[in-house]
Design a protein around this ligand. Structure first.
Ligand code: 13P
Length: 240
């Protein structure tokens, strides 16, 4: 199981970020440092990158360099030894109006630069009949992965139904497993199997154990990643 902690746009002060990161570091046994990934805001990444806990950026652009004010290049992440990048989070789709095609373009460039993208997808509304249609329209532009040159590349696919994010209403495991199987079928038919399937949405120290399943490879944790009490309990699981 891999645990990805997405801090989103938190905390607002450098000292708080350092203290939070230090708490993670102290709570983890040294041999388990690589079992988690922390995704802090961009500015905090260089503060932590030598500590041994893998880091993820929360976004990057689909160009390597040039006149793209405000963007961060995958090459820059690489030069800071950042290995992972979250792409297509529903909050970026919502507030920065990112489209499926843009997310796929970003993922392609990230992979070409040997970053591992954590690609987020998930339906907006809890309408069962529309769920799969929405999910597969989000994933369709990722068919570039079926090209031979990508077949061995590792990616993370994070199923995060929007209605489950920050609401205290996680998606039931049986539904998560159903999506995991559909994804397996979708990518498996083209022999693209080098991915990990993650679930995210209202996970916390009380419910995360319910999501241990042979079909789920890991978790994407939002709100609980900022609360030391929650972090402590979740990292106890990681250590056990
Ligand atoms: P919550 O855990 O706060 O629901 O957020 C999930 C998420 O968006 C992680 O990327």
């Amino acid at each position: 199981m891999i645990f990805v902690f997405n801090w989103k746009m938190n905390p607002t002060k450098k000292e708080e970020a350092k203290s939070l990161f230090g708490f993670y570091y102290q709570s983890l046994k040294k041999k388990n440092l690589k079992k988690i990934i922390i995704a802090p805001p961009f500015l905090y990444l260089p503060l932590f990158f030598k500590k041994g806990i893998p880091l993820a950026a929360q976004n990057c652009f689909y160009q390597g360099k040039g006149p793209y004010t405000g963007e961060i290049s995958p090459l820059m992440l690489k030069s800071f030894q950042i290995k992972y990048v979250i792409l297509g989070h529903s909050e970026r789709r919502r507030y920065a109006k990112e489209t499926n095609e843009e997310v796929a373009k970003k993922a392609k460039v990230a992979i070409e630069n040997n970053l591992t993208p954590i690609i987020c997808f998930g339906e907006e509304k809890k309408e069962k009949n529309l769920r799969e249609k929405n999910i597969f329209s989000q994933l369709k532009p990722f068919s570039f992965l079926f090209q031979k040159k990508f077949s061995q590349k590792k990616i993370f696919l994070a199923y995060e139904p929007v209605w489950a994010i920050g609401t205290g209403l996680p998606c039931p495991l049986v539904e998560v497993e159903r999506i995991a199987l559909k994804i397996k079928k979708f990518f498996g038919q083209e022999n693209f199997t080098n991915y990990l399937f993650l679930y995210g949405g209202s996970l916390n120290s009380n419910n995360i154990r319910n999501y241990y399943s042979s079909l789920v490879d890991g978790f994407l944790i939002g709100g609980a990643s900022l609360k030391k009490k929650e972090v402590k309990k979740i990292l106890t699981l990681v250590n056990s």
